[in-house]
Design a protein around this ligand. Structure first.
Ligand SMILES: Cc1cc2nc3c(=O)[nH]c(=O)nc-3n(C[C@H](O)[C@H](O)[C@H](O)COP(=O)(O)O)c2cc1C
Length: 389
């Protein structure tokens, strides 16, 4: 049978068959590798969408290897996503850390975390010295979290770059010069204007229902407001989209495509421990919470008793980077105790819709076929509409 046709301006811009992007998803709680690695990325790109590597968590060299691994698995376009947060490490110079980085965080907060661990029956262990920041961090004072990784993205001339947090503005000229299309995720109109003014080619408007780092405005409210704010720049919708209904709705809002995380997080090819996939598949619509516990920024996760205890504690969260130092001993203790149920398990409110794991190509094909059915048959059959005389 002929393949269904579903094309928008995004397909021409990215060189893909369908306007569906699998989100660049970084490390998850059960392992330190990102969730969106070469097998998922290549599967989505080979199926006609755009697969995106979740580059956060890779060293610059690991990222280069992963990009090359994707290129060995597909000849189609793909992307790399990195987090570019402002206020990384609260401005602390990562080259001049105290001998024990724990000295950077309040002792009182650490004592409260220790009490939380005790209340949850987790024996407290000191982690080997917490890693200051993450692998792509700049060695330049005041540099960003992903400066070194960005050099890899530019050198490798990847087809698409997506910034998950922050503003890709400082990099855009060099990215464009190496032929890279730039996407930028935002959670409100103010940031949409900022990244559009900086020259991002596509704005990805991500609603609060999304898994992972997320803002406060819901997708249905956010997308049209972002479209109006950045017109004529194309806008992709994200947050809570996992099937053809979500895809068709996003197109009806005026988006040129969708960026889906949770839907592909349970794909066979996603680099996510089975126990974590199972918790997403078992979750209902109400089983996620937004918490700063795991990164210092608001992140939507499957709820667990540690998240609830953190939220009830009133411990002030620290800037990204420092929060990982604050919680290093706690998370290390949780892992050592084998309490994987307390680890980060980022996922969106759409988890309640998902009930089985399957190949990414099937998820994509169903999404497209159902959206085509809605747009060509179900809507015209269910809705009588006429512009009038
Ligand atoms: C496990 C997980 C990890 C994520 N990691 C990243 C990341 O590293 N960079 C990023 O831009 N977005 C990240 N996100 C957010 C996704 O890019 C995407 O915007 C979100 O999942 C869309 O909402 P949905 O989950 O409802 O589809 C992550 C999401 C999840 C669920």
């Amino acid at each position: 049978m002929a393949r269904p046709v579903l094309r928008t301006a995004l397909c021409d811009l990215l060189g893909v068959e369908y306007p569906v992007i699998s989100a660049g998803m970084g490390p998850v709680g059960g392992g330190s590798d990102p969730a969106a690695t070469a097998p998922l990325v290549a599967a989505v790109s080979n199926a006609g969408g755009l697969g995106v590597i979740g580059g956060a968590g890779f060293t610059p060299d690991e990222l280069r290897d992963e990009i090359r691994r994707v290129r060995a698995m597909t000849t189609r376009p793909f992307g790399v996503d990195l987090l570019l947060p402002s206020n990384y490490m609260g401005g602390v110079d990562v080259d001049r850390l105290p001998a024990d980085p724990r000295d950077l965080v309040p002792a009182e907060s650490r004592a409260k975390l220790r009490q939380i661990a005790a209340d949850l029956g987790v024996e407290w262990c000191e982690a080997p010295l917490p890693r200051a920041g993450i692998p792509g961090a700049s060695s330049r004072p005041g540099g960003g979290m992903s400066d070194e990784q960005m050099e890899t993205v530019i050198e490798e001339r990847v087809p698409v770059f997506a910034s998950g947090l922050g503003n890709p503005g400082p990099w855009i000229e060099r990215l464009h010069a190496s032929g890279t299309v730039v996407l930028s995720l935002v959670g409100n109109v103010k940031n949409a204007r900022r990244v559009a003014d900086a020259g991002a080619d596509v704005v990805v408007a991500q609603g609060t229902e999304a898994g992972g780092h997320t803002g406060r405005v819901a997708t249905l409210a956010l997308v049209p407001q972002v479209i109006d704010a950045v017109a004529p720049r194309p806008v992709v919708a994200a947050g809570g989209i996992a099937d053809g209904r979500g895809l068709a709705a996003a197109l009806a809002l005026g988006a040129v495509g969708v960026w889906c995380g949770t839907a592909f997080l349970v794909a066979d090819e996603a680099n996510q421990p089975d126990t974590q996939k199972e918790r997403i598949l078992a979750a209902t619509d109400e089983d996620t919470r937004v918490t700063k516990l795991y990164s210092g920024k608001t992140m939507r996760n499957i709820v667990n008793p540690l998240v609830e205890a953190w939220e009830a504690s009133g411990i002030p969260a620290m800037p990204m980077g420092l929060q990982n130092i604050l919680t290093a001993d706690l998370i290390y203790s949780v892992r050592k105790a084998g309490r994987d149920d307390l680890l980060m398990n980022a996922a969106g409110q759409i988890s309640g819709l998902l009930s089985r794991s399957r190949p990414a190509a099937d998820i994509l094909a169903d999404m497209v076929a159902s959206a085509v059915d809605i747009l060509t048959r179900r809507l015209p059959a269910a809705v009588t509409a006429s512009a009038g005389a």
